[in-house]
Write a new protein. Structure first.
Length: 361
């Protein structure tokens, strides 16, 4: 893996992982966000500019001009190239500089790093590690985001909280009882035990609640007013994609009478203390739904997200910028502890491979 030696710096933390995994596919943008106009976004503390070539193929490259590090995203697109808005250096979609103002020769070192992209479903996926390892088959399963049997709504926010805090939040849904008391929470979430399992890079958590009160969000979205059976089955493909499989049904009802949905979070670290959150809700539906239904669902999910956002940003602000802090884990933290273990194992494997590569240079 051709990764910078600076990545060898490792500051172990007693609590949340604070490292980045580079050898993974992350969501960079929605497909419609990337156009013929440069789009700047930061991933894993590296500034990146995205745009489309004339044939529609997306491009991602470092957003630092090789000349004086000016953001290329502040430049213009000419054909398939991007022109720096500071001193006019022109770079092709492969990152190679093709023109330098004021001289005929272009230095051989005049190039910027490019990143592999794959457009699949509603997403554009980016690989921040060694391009030679960018196997599209390693993209997390997201087929329900483009499967015709499921209807989709989506949105995106950048949250001022570290990636690990968002994952901890999503792996321990007992917080719904308290943070989301007025929307999706009920005491049954915190009181119902979970079961966990690990398969490779995937951590799963299962919580099945029977004959419990229906929270306001589900009362509005399903029309059920009496008690329900409610399932929350989590599948987290470390580090980039989290899926919550939801089943809500009248007590004792078969699947034919149940409501199925999936809440999918593609979580991409921006910096050590901020995260891009691309969320999708898909629902199985047999008939077209009026626009107001999706609008209501977006509003409801946005309300839930804002509740999480306020809590996570308060938590981020409350944590020390460096070093560890005291934590106490309980039964409901089993999923959170499992994902931390899988993450650290994957990170250590990536780091060991990098060290081996550097030894043989």
């Amino acid at each position: 893996m051709a990764l910078p030696e600076s990545r060898l710096q490792f500051n172990p933390r007693a609590n949340l992982p604070d490292e980045f995994i580079f050898e993974a596919w992350y969501v960079a943008a929605w497909g419609e966000e990337v156009t013929r106009k440069p789009l700047r976004r930061i991933f894993l503390e590296e500034p990146v500019v995205l745009y489309r070539k004339q044939d529609g193929a997306p491009v991602a490259m470092s957003d630092r001009c090789v000349h004086r590090a000016y953001p290329l995203s502040r430049g213009t697109i000419e054909g398939d190239s991007i022109v720096c808005g500071y001193h006019g250096f022109k770079f092709g979609g492969d990152g190679v500089c093709t023109w330098v103002p004021g001289q005929d020769n272009v230095p051989k070192s005049a190039r910027v790093k490019t990143y592999p992209l794959v457009e699949s479903g509603p997403y554009i996926w980016i690989w921040m590690g060694d391009p030679a390892d960018a196997d599209p088959n390693r993209i997390p399963d997201h087929h329900t985001t483009y499967d015709g049997e499921w209807s989709l709504i989506k949105d995106m926010r950048t949250i001022r909280a570290r990636h690990a805090l968002l994952i901890d939040n999503l792996m321990d849904l007992s917080h719904e009882t308290f943070i989301h008391a007025g929307t999706i929470g009920s005491m049954d979430v915190a009181e119902t035990p979970i079961r966990t399992e690990v398969e490779g890079n995937i951590v799963r958590c299962f919580r099945h609640m029977e004959n419990v009160p229906v929270p306001p969000f589900y009362r509005q979205s399903t029309g059920i007013t009496s008690n329900i059976d409610r399932w929350q089955d989590i599948e987290y493909d470390v580090p980039a994609l989290y899926t919550l499989h939801v089943r809500v049904a009248p007590v004792g009802a078969a699947d034919e009478a149940a409501f199925f949905s999936k809440v999918i979070y593609a979580l991409t670290p921006e910096t050590k203390h901020s995260t891009h959150d691309f969320w999708v809700i898909v629902r199985k539906t047999k008939t077209p739904r009026p626009a107001w239904v999706d609008q209501s669902a977006v509003a409801g999910q946005t309300s839930v997200l804002i509740e999480d956002l306020e809590g996570l940003e308060a938590l981020e602000e409350n944590l020390p910028r460096e070093g560890g802090w005291q934590e106490l884990s309980i039964n409901n933290d089993r999923g959170g502890l499992q994902w931390r273990r899988v993450f650290r194992e994957r990170y250590k494997g990536e780091r060991a491979a990098l060290e081996l590569l550097l030894q043989h240079r």
